[in-house]
Design a binder for this molecule. Sequence first.
Ligand code: GRF
Length: 192
Amino acid sequence: MRLAVFASGSGSNFEAITKAAKSGMINGSVEVLICDKQNAYALKRAEKLGVPAYVFQAKEFESKAAFESAILKKLEENQIELIILAGYMRLVGGTLLSAFEGRILNIHPSLLPAFPGLDAVGQAMDAGVKVTGVTVHYVDAGMDTGPIIAQEPLKIYSGDKKEVVQKKIQQVEHQLYPEVIQYVIEELSGRV
Ligand code: GRF
């Protein structure tokens, strides 16, 4: 299956997914990286991994629909079948949602519906919860609200620094996301 990853920042999940696809763990290939930030580190990773990357900056378009139509054109040119959001810091709008209905995934660093939105790890630690985790879900028009596909819990021990929890969360993400992507690919291919 032909995949597009969308990222705005570091792109560590993008790298993990691309490597999983290259190793055959995911029955698909990351054909393009779509990035909305010119200076995102994800772009450097794309270069190293040999994945074509395209930057679309929302401010250069007159509307969200125009912005997403430009992205959609690139996705169609590359015959993309599944969109993987990985640290894409933008709500997906109607143009992409209707073109890719049921074919957009996101990963979020909490056990949704707890702690949606920005800095989910910080939110969890401020709330004093002892278990947080990672969620992979289908994307709808809301913020971190689509149907949940999989979750993995992670314990927070007293005295854990935020950086430590953040690092453990990322390790969980890099393991979980490729597994769930492979599951969804099998499901979409009608083999489950
Ligand atoms: C991840 O924690 C992901 O759950 C959230 O944004 C972060 C992206 O990290 N949506 P990276 O850019 O993949 O390193």
